[in-house]
Design a protein around this ligand. Structure first.
Ligand SMILES: [Zn+2]
Length: 148
């Protein structure tokens, strides 16, 4: 059980480091720009994937919305539709994702003592349960009703 939460903590930390690198690396930003303008952001971190754009307001109300940017797109006709605003979109999304992931990272630590005191008679918690608890702890702690 504790290995699962340790693995999750390490994964969240790696995610934040990765996003921070993208934010500060010209080459990676250009690659992400190509991903967004040619492949709807499907190549790269999940936060720039705007194939899932319609879910963003419902699940992540504070996430910057693609509609507020003049995002360029790739055209086979050869006209240059690449846009500086695409970079602004990517940077805003990455900055948002770092904060979002940091909240989950902090929440994951709160789960450690809960799992340390876990009674085997309750069964082994599933990974999806751990994930759900992290989200709940990161979002609204007052909804945290598990009896520990
Ligand atoms: Zn890079």
């Amino acid at each position: 059980m504790l290995e699962q939460i340790e693995g999750e903590i390490l994964a969240l930390y790696a995610e934040m480091r990765e996003y921070d690198h993208y934010l500060n690396c010209e080459e990676c930003l250009i690659e992400l720009q190509l991903s967004v303008e040619r492949y709807l952001g499907t190549r790269g971190p999940w936060c720039i994937n705007y194939q899932i754009e319609e879910c963003i307001p419902e699940f992540y109300p504070d996430c910057p919305k693609a509609e507020d940017y003049e995002i360029g797109y790739y055209s086979y006709s050869g006209e240059d539709t690449s846009s500086e605003d695409t970079i602004r979109f990517i940077k805003d999304r990455l900055t948002w994702a770092i904060k979002f992931t940091d909240k989950r990272f902090e929440a994951a630590f709160k789960l450690v003592p809960i799992l340390e005191n876990w009674s085997v008679s309750r069964g082994i918690p599933e990974v999806s349960w751990i994930d759900g608890m992290i989200d709940e702890l990161a979002g609204n702690p007052t909804l945290f009703l598990i009896g520990v």
